[in-house]
Design a protein around this ligand. Structure first.
Ligand SMILES: Nc1ncnc2c1ncn2[C@@H]1O[C@H](COP(=O)(O)OP(=O)(O)OP(=O)(O)O)[C@@H](O)[C@H]1O
Ligand SMILES: [Mg+2]
Length: 395
């Protein structure tokens, strides 16, 4: 049976690490082999679980292993040739060494490389479930547009690699006084791009891979969770539940009564906005969620009505249908208005822009020349019709 992967993301400090750890403990208690993975360099997973966790799966309890991804090591593994070349070039152009080292790693790449390990961990097949404590939302989302970059690289740059190496390099050296990367560097980038595409394939496996949004019942935090939900849909990633953490209980007393009323109102908005996703709730405990007892209390609250590793909601994320007359692309972009959606063609890609975020959908060769002829937005699904241009012979 393929490994199930559940990822938790959300704004900073909402409880991602606590929820991930609690979830993993509960799954292990049910008798499954579970691995909880943190991509957060702050090492808080070890603090929460109260045990040191290494860069290889560390056994914590029967059936429960934990892993702290070392994003520096991953960076060295996947990006050292590029980094060395880029730093050399920058230093050659007068940039100081420390800035050059920093500039040679694109923003977000480090977090992205951590997630590449998921592909390997899943293939290893050593666990029934992998629970991932992701970086805060902004980072997680930036990652999702990298596979588009990978497509671009593999389709546009790689075919021209020889040309680049043969003609452009001596010219660049003579005219621009820069050294173009050698084959080692280009090969490394090529391998990374391949891995990114494998990672995208993993995220598109909705039967096995689900994202869960962690939020508190505060308007600003909820607003971010909503934007994330839309962006995940745009990138074809399935969200199967929302976790609302730190809800004040009924008997909170007069001082926090106002807070509680506000939270209840937000909770209603959350239910409306994210329906039909199930909403898992946890109370604001009277102490920090640290150690096994506290984690198990959190797990009991969250999963009173659900199996933690189940696919808690199966909905459309992205779908392409092709028939004789044309093609139909359906993308889930929940919680947006028609005015926030724009479509355009660019080469063999269909670029979908939703509320300022871009997604380039590479069309299969057979329909690459089709044009979008109509688009409707209904129940959070953008439905785009594509047809061949009127006279294909003229092409
Ligand atoms: N339901 C809860 N009741 C009380 N305290 C909580 C609850 N959930 C989490 N906490 C506490 O809130 C703090 C932040 O939680 P946690 O570290 O899990 O958040 P996070 O989203 O992983 O944060 P970061 O974005 O910094 O990684 C911790 O001190 C944790 O013990
Ligand atoms: Mg955390």
């Amino acid at each position: 049976m393929a490994t199930r992967i559940v990822l938790y993301t959300g704004k900073g400090g909402v409880g991602k690490t606590s929820v991930a750890a609690a979830t993993a403990r509960r799954i292990a208690a049910d008798g499954r082999r579970v691995l909880v993975v943190s991509t957060d360099p702050a090492h808080s997973l070890a603090d929460v679980l109260g045990a040191p966790i290494g860069a290889a799966p560390t056994a914590l309890a029967p059936g429960l292993d934990a892993l702290q991804l070392d994003d520096r090591a991953e960076l060295t593994r996947h990006w050292s040739a590029v980094r060395a070349w880029a730093s050399r070039t920058l230093v050659g152009r007068g940039v100081d060494r420390i800035s050059a080292e920093e500039l040679s790693v694109p923003p977000g790449l480090q977090e992205l490389l951590s997630l590449l390990r998921l592909v390997e961990l899943r293939e290893a097949g050593t666990h029934d479930v992998i629970v991932v404590d992701c970086a805060p939302t902004a980072e997680t989302l930036r990652l999702l547009s990298f596979p588009d970059l990978a497509h671009w690289w593999l389709h546009r740059v790689v075919p021209r690699q020889e040309e680049l190496l043969g003609t452009v390099r001596p010219l660049a050296r003579a005219l621009l006084d820069i050294t173009l990367p050698d084959r080692t560097v280009l090969d490394e980038v090529g391998r990374l791009m391949e891995s990114l595409l494998q990672m995208r394939a993993l995220f598109l496996d909705h039967e096995h891979v689900s994202m869960r949004l962690v939020t508190t019942a505060d308007s600003v935090v909820v607003a971010e969770a909503r934007r994330t939900y839309t962006a995940l849909g745009l990138h074809g990633v399935a969200t199967d539940a929302v976790v609302v953490n730190r809800l004040f209980p009924d008997d909170v007393g007069p001082y926090f009564a106002g807070w509680r009323a506000q939270q209840q109102e937000q909770l209603r908005e959350i239910e409306e906005a994210f329906a039909p996703l199930p909403i898992l709730r946890a109370p604001f405990f009277d102490r920090e969620v640290v150690g096994t007892d506290a984690l198990d209390r959190l797990g009991d609250a969250l999963y009173a009505e659900h199996r933690p590793e189940a696919v808690l909601h199966a909905g459309l994320a992205q779908e392409l249908q092709i028939d004789e007359d044309g093609a139909r692309l359906r993308i889930a972009v929940p919680l947006v208005d028609r005015d926030d959606v724009a479509l355009r063609r660019s080469g063999d890609e269909l670029v979908v822009e939703v509320a300022g975020r871009r997604r380039a959908v590479l069309l299969p060769p057979a329909i690459a020349h089709y044009r979008p002829t109509g688009a409707t937005l209904r129940d959070g699904v953008l439905d785009v019709t594509l047809r061949p241009p009127p006279s294909t012979e003229a092409q």
